[in-house]
Design a protein around this ligand. Structure first.
Ligand code: SF4
Length: 859
C-alpha cells in the first residue's frame, strides 16, 4: 500500500493514503496524549482504526529514537541533558526502572549520598550497555531470519493464509482509551530479554483483534513492526491430541500437566505411535522445546502475523505458538490481546505481561465496566458445591495420609466451607442436591461480611485458602510423599464420571457445539477469589430455587475499578466515573476527544419522532407499550417508512417478548400484510446458529428486489436490542438504509443486582450540580449504550447513507440526546409530529440513482 507521509504539527505520520482532516486531528491528538503520559478517551466512528495505528506507532517510533539518542549520549558522557539545557546524572532515563527521586534517609552523610548516587549511575550505565548488547543481538537474529530463504518461504505461506481470510469489515463506533504509568504490580526482571516500551492493544473478540492485525499489515508500519498476537491455548495449541479435548479448561490442564512431566523428550517413533491414555498424561509435549520455541519467538517478531498465521508458523516450525508468542512479548513493540488477558491480574502475570510504563489502547472501552464486572463475578450452583465436596472428600480419603499436614488442613477447610455454603442455601451436603427441595425460596442479597458471618466461615483466612486452590495442582503434584500423583486437578477430573452421589455434571456447550466438562472446583476457586474483595466493593446474591441443585450463590462486583489496572481511561460517563474516578485518576489527566464522522452530513438523517401518523404520543413505557393503539401506531409508522426507504430497514425492539407480542398483534390486525407489500419481513432468530441463515436470506432478498423492480423494494428485519443482530453485524449500504428504534431499552430496574449497583453508586460517587443521582445515570447510560450499539450497525463507510429513526418522545430530552454519539447528536432533528418526520424522510439520505418511490401516508 502506498505510503503518504503526512506532517501534522511538525510530526511525520506515515499513512496509507491521503488522510481526512479528522484522521489527521485524531493522530495529532493521540500523539499529544501519549507524549504527555495522559489518559485519552477517544470517541470516533468508522474509519479511524488506521489513524489509531499510524498515530500510536509514529509516537513509538519517535520515542524509541529519542531514547536511543539519549542512551548513546549517556554512554558517551555519563550525563544526560535536561530540558533547561543543564546536565544531570543519568537517573531519569526512560529505560531506568528505578525511582529517580528516591528520598535519602534523614541525617545521611554527604559522602554516603554521593557514593550511592555514583553507584546508581554506574549501575545504570552497565544496564544500558547490557541492553544495547541484547538489542544488537536481537536485531542481528531478526535480520538473519529476514534474509533466510527458507524462512522467507515460510513467511510467504503465512501471508497467503491471510490473503484468503475474510474481507475487512468496517468497524463500529468505538471508544479507545490510552493510558500510561500503570499500577506497578508486574516488575520482576527478565534475565534474558529486556521489556521494551510497547503498545498493548486489546479488544473484545478475536475477530476484532484479527481485523486490527490486518489493518497493521496494510499500514506503512506493516513491514517493520514487531507485533505479537496473544491468544488462549484453545486458539493456539498445535498438539492435536490436546486440541481435540475441546474445552479450554481441559486443554489448559493437559498442557500444564505435560510440562510438569519428568519424562522429557520422546523419540520420533514414540511420538507417532498410538498412545494409551495413561501414557499421554505423562508425555511431554513434543512442541515445547526450548530451542524450537526460541527460534519461533524470533520468527514471530519478523513480519506481522495474526493468530491463524501464528498457528501455521508454529506447525511449520514444530514449536508451540502459544508459548512462542509469549516468549516474544519482551521484545515486541505492539502486543495484540483479548480483554480478558489484560483485565485479569493472574492471567496477565501468567502471560508475562508487564504494564508498568507501557501504552495501552483499549478498543470499545464502553464495554470495559461490563467486562470487568463479568470477569470478576462468580456463580456456584448447589449442584457444583455438592459435587466439589464429594470429589474433595474422595481425594482426602484416598490420599489424606500421604499429604503434607498443611495441605491436608487446607482441604479440610475447603470441605468445611463447601458444607457451610450448602447450609446457608438451606440444603444438606450429604444428600442428593437434585432431590432436595428447599423450604425457603427467593433471592437474598448480602454484603460479603454478612455472608461470611451467616455462613460461619468468618474465622477462615480466605486469602490463604484461595492461594491454595489457585496452586493446588502444583502443590500436590510436587509432593515427594506422593510421586505417583499426576496432579490434583487430574485426579478430580478422573473422578467425574464415577461420581454417583451428584449426578448433575455441569456441561457447557462450546462454540462449536462441543460439550465441555467444567470442574466444579474451578467455579469454587473463582467464587473464593471473589469473596476476598473488600466488603464495600461487592455483594453476594443467594438465589434459592425449588431444589438445591438449581439454587446458587453469586458474587456481584460493584466496584470494577478495583480490578482496573490503573492507579492515581457514549456513553462514556459510566466508564469514566466507575473506573477512572473510582481508581483515583485525577480529572486533569483525562483527555477526551470526539472526532466527527468521515461521512458527509447529508448522508445521515437521525430523527426523534414524538408522535405517530394518528397523533398518538410515542412513549413506550412498560405501562403503555403493550396498549393496542401503541402497537398499531408503530406498525403504521413502519408502513410509511417502508414506502420511502429503499433496500433494508432494521427495526429494533426493546425485548424478544415485546417483539413477539407486536408481531402477533400485527398479524391479527392485518398490519403485517400491509408491511409485506413493500418489504419482505424477517425476524431475528433466538438461536445463534440460525442467525447466519436469516442474514443470508435477508441480504439475498434485498439484492433481488433491487434488481427485480416490483412493489417489494427490500426487506424489513425485526430485531432485538442486545440480541444477536445488535452487535458485531454490519448493515452497510442497502442492508440498512434505515434503522428504527422502538422505545427506550431501559434495563429491568427491579432486578436486585441493578438496585444494589445503583445504591452503591449513589453512596460512593458525588452527584454533580444539575445531574441525576449516579444510580439513575447508570440506568440511562445502560439504556443509551444499548441504543448506540444498535443504531451504529448502519453507515459503515464514508459513501454509506441511512436514516436513524428514534421512536419515543423521551429521546428528545437533553440528557438523553447528550448520550448519543457526537456525530449523530450534532445532526439529530426532533420532530413533534409524524408528518414533519415523514417529510424529512422523503428528502432524507437516499441514493440519487434510486428509482422514484411514491410515498403513501397511512393513517
Ligand atoms: S505446549 Fe503448546 S502445543 Fe503443546 S500442549 Fe501446550 S499449548 Fe498445546
Amino acid at each position: 500500500m502506498a505510503n503518504k507521509t503526512q506532517e501534522v504539527g511538525g510530526i511525520h505520520f506515515p499513512f496509507p493514503f491521503t488522510p481526512y482532516s479528522i484522521q489527521k486531528d485524531f493522530m495529532a491528538e493521540l500523539y499529544q496524549v501519549l507524549e504527555a503520559g495522559k489518559i485519552g478517551i477517544f470517541e470516533s466512528p468508522t474509519g479511524t482504526v488506521i489513524s489509531l495505528i499510524c498515530g500510536a506507532l509514529s509516537w513509538l517510533r519517535d520515542f524509541e529514537q529519542k531514547k536511543h539518542q539519549e542512551e548513546a549520549r549517556l554512554l558517551e558522557t555519563g550525563t544526560i541533558p535536561l530540558s533547561d539545557g543543564t546536565e544531570q546524572p543519568p537517573s531519569l532515563s526512560s529505560s531506568c526502572k528505578e525511582t529517580p527521586d528516591t528520598p535519602r534517609p534523614a541525617g545521611e552523610p554527604d559522602w554516603v549520598t554521593q557514593f550511592v548516587q555514583k553507584k546508581e549511575e554506574r549501575d545504570l550505565v552497565d544496564r544500558l550497555k547490557e541492553e544495547q548488547v541484547r538489542r544488537k543481538k536481537r536485531e542481528e537474529r531478526l535480520q538473519q531470519i529476514r534474509h533466510s530463504a527458507q524462512l522467507k518461504y515460510a513467511a510467504r505461506r503465512a501471508v497467503s493464509v491471510s490473503a484468503g481470510a475474510a474481507e475487512v469489515a468496517l468497524r463500529g463506533p468505538y471508544v479507545s482509551v490510552l493510558f500510561f504509568s500503570l499500577r506497578v504490580d508486574e516488575d520482576e526482571d527478565d534475565p534474558e530479554e529486556e521489556h521494551v516500551t510497547k503498545i498493548y492493544y486489546c479488544s473484545r473478540t478475536h475477530s476484532q483483534l484479527a481485523q486490527f492485525v490486518r489493518e497493521v499489515q496494510r499500514s506503512p508500519f506493516g513491514k517493520d513492526t514487531r507485533l505479537v498476537s496473544l491468544g488462549s491455548r484453545q486458539n493456539l495449541c498445535i498438539n492435536e491430541d490436546v486440541k481435540t479435548l475441546g474445552s479450554a479448561q481441559l486443554i489448559n490442564d493437559r498442557c500444564m500437566e505435560m510440562q510438569r512431566s519428568k519424562h522429557g523428550k520422546k523419540s520420533k517413533a514414540e511420538e507417532e505411535k498410538p498412545k494409551r491414555r495413561r501414557q499421554e498424561h505423562r508425555a511431554a509435549c513434543p512442541f515445547y522445546s526450548y530451542e524450537q520455541l526460541h527460534l519461533l519467538r524470533d520468527q514471530v517478531l519478523v513480519g506481522v502475523k495474526d493468530i491463524e498465521q501464528l498457528v501455521a508458523l508454529g506447525k511449520e516450525a514444530r514449536a508451540c505458538p502459544y508459548y512462542g508468542s509469549r516468549f516474544a512479548i519482551p521484545a515486541a513493540q505492539l502486543v495484540v490481546l483479548p480483554y480478558q488477558m489484560l483485565l485479569h491480574a493472574a492471567t496477565r502475570r501468567a502471560a508475562g505481561i508487564r504494564l508498568q510504563g507501557q501504552v495501552v489502547l483499549i478498543d470499545e472501552a464502553h464495554n470495559l465496566v461490563d467486562t470487568i464486572t463479568g470477569i470478576h463475578s462468580a456463580e456456584v450452583s448447589g449442584a457444583q458445591l455438592c459435587q466439589a465436596h464429594s470429589q474433595l472428600l474422595q481425594y482426602m480419603e484416598r490420599y489424606g495420609k500421604r499429604l503434607k499436614a498443611k495441605n491436608l488442613m487446607y482441604i479440610k477447610q475447603l470441605l468445611y466451607l463447601l458444607e457451610k455454603f450448602v447450609t446457608v442455601l438451606g440444603g444438606n451436603i450429604k444428600q442428593n442436591p437434585n432431590t432436595q427441595s428447599l423450604s425457603q425460596t427467593g433471592t437474598e442479597l448480602k454484603t460479603i461480611n454478612d455472608f461470611l458471618f451467616e455462613s460461619q466461615i468468618d474465622n477462615i483466612n480466605l486469602f490463604k485458602l484461595f492461594g491454595f486452590t489457585e496452586r493446588y495442582g502444583t502443590v500436590l503434584a510436587a509432593s515427594r510423599e506422593q510421586p505417583r500423583l499426576a496432579g490434583f486437578q487430574h485426579f478430580l477430573q478422573s473422578l467425574q464420571p464415577a461420581v454417583t452421589k451428584t449426578p448433575v455434571t455441569p456441561v457447557e456447550e462450546g462454540e462449536a457445539g462441543v460439550p465441555r466438562l467444567a470442574s466444579p472446583l474451578m467455579h469454587i476457586e473463582s467464587f473464593l477469589a471473589a469473596l476476598t474483595t473488600a466488603n464495600q466493593d461487592g455483594r453476594v446474591i443467594l438465589s434459592r430455587q425449588g431444589s438445591l441443585s438449581q439454587s446458587s450463590l453469586k458474587f456481584l462486583l460493584l466496584n470494577p475499578a478495583v480490578h482496573f489496572p490503573v492507579r492515581e481511561p457514549e456513553p462514556v460517563s459510566d466508564f469514566r466515573e466507575q473506573l477512572l474516578a473510582c481508581a483515583g485518576v485525577e480529572a486533569e489527566r483525562v483527555v477526551e476527544f470526539s472526532c466527527g464522522h468521515v461521512i458527509p452530513p447529508e448522508n445521515i438523517l437521525p430523527l426523534v419522532v414524538c408522535s405517530g401518523p394518528s397523533s398518538q404520543q410515542l412513549e413506550f413505557t412498560y405501562q403503555k407499550r403493550e396498549l393496542p393503539q401503541m402497537m398499531d401506531e408503530t406498525g403504521r409508522i413502519l408502513c410509511n417508512l417502508c414506502t420511502v426507504v429503499p433496500g433494508g430497514v432494521v427495526c429494533f425492539f426493546p425485548s424478544y417478548e415485546y417483539q413477539r407480542q407486536v408481531y402477533a398483534h400485527w398479524d391479527k390486525s392485518g398490519l403485517l400484510a400491509r408491511l409485506a407489500v413493500r418489504k419482505k419481513i424477517f425476524q431475528e432468530p433466538k438461536r445463534a446458529n440460525q442467525v447466519e441463515q436469516v442474514l443470508m436470506e435477508y441480504s439475498r432478498c434485498i439484492k433481488c428486489c433491487g434488481q427485480a423492480g416490483g412493489t417489494v423494494t427490500g426487506a424489513l428485519l425485526l430485531s432485538v436490542v442486545g440480541g444477536k443482530m445488535s452487535e458485531g453485524i454490519n448493515f452497510s449500504d442497502n442492508l440498512g438504509r434505515c434503522v428504527v428504534m422502538v422505545g427506550m431499552p431501559y434495563p429491568n430496574i427491579k432486578s436486585p443486582e441493578l438496585q444494589e449497583k445503583m445504591a452503591y453508586l449513589d453512596q460512593t460517587l458525588p452527584r454533580g450540580p444539575g445531574q441525576p443521582p449516579p444510580g439513575k445515570a447508570l440506568v440511562e447510560n445502560l439504556c443509551m449504550k444499548a441504543v448506540n450499539q444498535s443504531i451504529g450497525r448502519a453507515i459503515r463507510h464514508q459513501k454509506d447513507f441511512a436514516s436513524i429513526v428514534l421512536l419515543d418522545q423521551r429521546y428528545a430530552r437533553p440528557s438523553i440526546l447528550g448520550k448519543l454519539p457526537a456525530w449523530i447528536r450534532d445532526r439529530v432533528e426532533v420532530k413533534a409530529t409524524f408528518g414533519l418526520a415523514f417529510a424529512a424522510m422523503r428528502k432524507g439520505p437516499r441514493d440519487p440513482q434510486a428509482r422514484p418511490l411514491i410515498p403513501v401516508v397511512s393513517m
